[in-house]
Design a binder for this molecule. Structure first.
Ligand code: ADE
Length: 225
C-alpha cells in the first residue's frame, strides 16, 4: 500500500511514522508513506496557498489551484483508489471503514487548515471525506495520522499472531474482553480462576461472554440497540 499525504505541516506528521508498529511496517516495505508540503505548490513569490473567503467572513480558505496541481502531479505517476479529505464534517471513522481502506492500493490524504478548503476541491477532487470524531482539530494532520495507524495495522505482515487485529475491540462490533497477567494474586486482588484453568474452550466461552457483557455495559450502541 502507498499513502500520499498532502499537508501544510509535514513536520507534524513525521514522528508517528518513526516509531513502533508503523515504522516497522514501513521498514518491511508493507507500506510507503510520502509527505507532500502543499506550500511547495503555493502561488507566486510568496507561495500563497490560502485567501480570504468570497462573501466575507473570518478565516482563510485553502485555494484549489495548489491542491489541484499537487494531486495532478501524483496522479500522473499512478492510479489512486481514493482522495480522502480529513474534515470534522466527514463520515465518522470506524473499524469497518478502516477494514475497507486497508484493501486499497494507493491513497491520497488531504489535510485541511483554517476554515478548510475551497468547496470545489471537495466537489471535484476528493472522493471521500472522513472525520476522526465529533470535535474540531487545528488541522487534518492528526486525523490523517490516526487514519494511517488504524489502516496500516491491518495490513498483512504488520501484526504478528499475538497482536492479531482479529481479537481487537470492534472487529465483531464487540469490545475486547478483559485481560490479566502475572501475578495471579496482587494485594488480595485475584485473576478470574477460569483463566488459570488451562481449559481452552471454557476460556474462549468466558471471553466471549465478557466481551458481550462489556459491550452491553459500555457501548450498547454497537449492538444496534
Ligand atoms: N480536521 C479538523 N477536525 C477534524 C476531525 N475531527 N477529523 C478529521 N479531520 C479534522
Amino acid at each position: 500500500m502507498r499513502i500520499d499525504i498532502i499537508t501544510l505541516l509535514p513536520e507534524l506528521l513525521r514522528s508517528p511514522f518513526e516509531a513502533s508498529i508503523l515504522k516497522r511496517a514501513i521498514d518491511n516495505g508493507v507500506v510507503e508513506i510520502h509527505l507532500h508540503d502543499l506550500r511547495k505548490y503555493g502561488l507566486g513569490n510568496y507561495r500563497q496557498v490560502d485567501d480570504y473567503q468570497f462573501g466575507g467572513g473570518a478565516g482563510m480558505v485553502i485555494m484549489i489551484e495548489p491542491i489541484d496541481n499537487c494531486i495532478s502531479d501524483l496522479k500522473k505517476e499512478r492510479h489512486y483508489d481514493d482522495v480522502i479529505y480529513l474534515t470534522p464534517d466527514g463520515q465518522t471513522l470506524n473499524q469497518a471503514m478502516a477494514n475497507e481502506l486497508s484493501l486499497k492500493e494507493n491513497l491520497i490524504l488531504l489535510c485541511g487548515h483554517y476554515k478548510g478548503v475551497d468547496q470545489r476541491v471537495r466537489d471535484h477532487l476528493v472522493t471521500k471525506e472522513i472525520s476522526i470524531g465529533d470535535y474540531v482539530l487545528s488541522g487534518g494532520e492528526l486525523g490523517a495520522a490516526v487514519l494511517c495507524d488504524t489502516v496500516i495495522r491491518l495490513l498483512p505482515g504488520v501484526l504478528n499472531d499475538e497482536t492479531s487485529a482479529l481479537t481487537d475491540s470492534f472487529q465483531d462490533n464487540l469490545l475486547a474482553p478483559p485481560v490479566y497477567t502475572r501475578p495471579a494474586k496482587y494485594k488480595g486482588l485475584e485473576v478470574p480462576e477460569i483463566l488459570l484453568s488451562g481449559n481452552t474452550p471454557k476460556i474462549e466461552a468466558w471471553r466471549e461472554q465478557k466481551a458481550h457483557e462489556r459491550t452491553v455495559e459500555k457501548r450498547p450502541d454497537l449492538l444496534g440497540e
